[in-house]
Design a binder for this molecule. Structure first.
Ligand code: FUB
Length: 335
């Protein structure tokens, strides 16, 4: 009997232990379905995640609004609610897809793809779907954001999955995937309400990566351009300038079972990968789809030459971030 009780106690404490450390998917305090996380650290020192918002069982990614979440330890997150909805736009009524955000001129900018129409998958010639990129402003990172220009930044060419990068000199660059799923960049004007110059299809060093979700960040003097190539395989390129030319560097994360939009950001001295996974969702009433999208996170490490170490998906994720940053603070600085 005592042996049985002991085994039981060990099992209970082990499962509690596993549960406490399993942080993937991130706990946003509700069963909200989220995808396409864009991570940013703003001047208040908190980590912010701007995400798109899936509806249970939504047809063909019909999505209506975007959320923002914040945290100081990556374990406890606050949902600040919907920062913008397609209902507030004059020019789109659907496809609230992968957003991004930027901070410039003392203001917060929210860039988002949205659209209208319908994609006829059986008879593509009957499709009426159109998508473009909008920009909205706020004095707060949690919004509410307002579309001050009341129209997309442009109507042609087709554009999706915007990612905004503000360089050290204050210049802002908007990346997106456009026609034929190629990656493009355009500079933003200083007022962040219009673009400057031409659309540039980027030189990817002889490769032709296709699909979606571009992300850009800078570490030291190196610019990194990362993307879920073919919408599944997280791959990366580096360059000496924000517009390339880019050099292929390899795969960060192999494919799983669906799209896995991502972002990469440094927080409290630790580099992080945020991405989404298609996971079984027991609370879901959906009978046509067993898995739904959930935002997850992993640590990301660089080699001494600046290349990125491949990452495996984990259950633990960044659940020990509070302890890890305390340990990092104790480590002696390396020259
Ligand atoms: O969330 C809708 C779309 O799915 C995004 O725009 C893509 O990046 C993919 O994650």
């Amino acid at each position: 009997m005592i042996a049985f009780l002991r085994t039981g106690l060990v099992t209970i404490s082990l499962s509690l232990c596993v549960h406490t450390h399993a942080q993937n998917p991130l706990d946003f305090g509700s069963n909200i379905l989220t995808a396409d996380p864009s991570g940013h650290v703003w001047p208040d020192g908190k980590m912010y995640l701007y995400t798109s918002h899936d509806q249970d069982c939504q047809p063909d990614f019909f999505m209506k609004d975007w959320h923002v979440f914040s945290s100081s330890d990556l374990v406890k997150w606050q949902d600040h609610g919907a920062v913008l909805s397609v209902d507030q736009l004059k020019w789109a009524d659907n496809f609230a897809w992968a957003p991004d955000a930027a901070y410039k001129n003392g203001k917060y900018y929210f860039v988002f793809p949205a659209g209208t129409g319908f994609k006829d998958r059986k008879n593509p010639e009957k499709s009426t779907k159109w998508m473009g990129i909008g920009i909205a402003e706020s004095t707060s990172p949690t919004g509410p954001f307002k579309d001050m220009i009341g129209k997309p930044l442009w109507r042609e060419p087709y554009a999706n999955d915007p990612s905004m990068f503000v360089d050290d000199d204050g210049k802002a660059y908007l990346y997106f995937h456009g026609k034929d799923f190629d990656y493009h960049v355009i500079e933003m004007a200083d007022d962040m309400r219009s673009t400057r110059g031409d659309f540039v299809k980027m030189d990817m060093g002889g490769y032709e990566p296709k699909m979606e979700g571009p992300w850009i960040f800078k570490r030291g003097d190196i610019y990194y351009f990362t993307m879920p190539e073919k919408n599944r395989i997280l791959s990366y390129y580096t360059a000496n300038s924000p517009k390339g030319p880019w050099k292929y560097r390899g795969v960060i994360m192999e494919e799983e079972n669906g799209n896995n939009h991502h972002s990469i950001v440094e927080y409290k001295g630790q580099w992080l990968l945020f991405y989404h996974r298609w996971l079984p969702t027991p609370d879901s009433d959906c009978t046509t789809r067993k898995k739904q999208r959930h935002v997850t996170a992993e640590y990301l490490y660089f080699n001494a030459d600046g290349t990125i170490k491949p990452i495996k998906r984990s259950e633990a994720g960044v659940g020990d971030f509070p302890q890890k940053i305390k340990q990092n603070a104790k480590k002696p600085l390396t020259p």
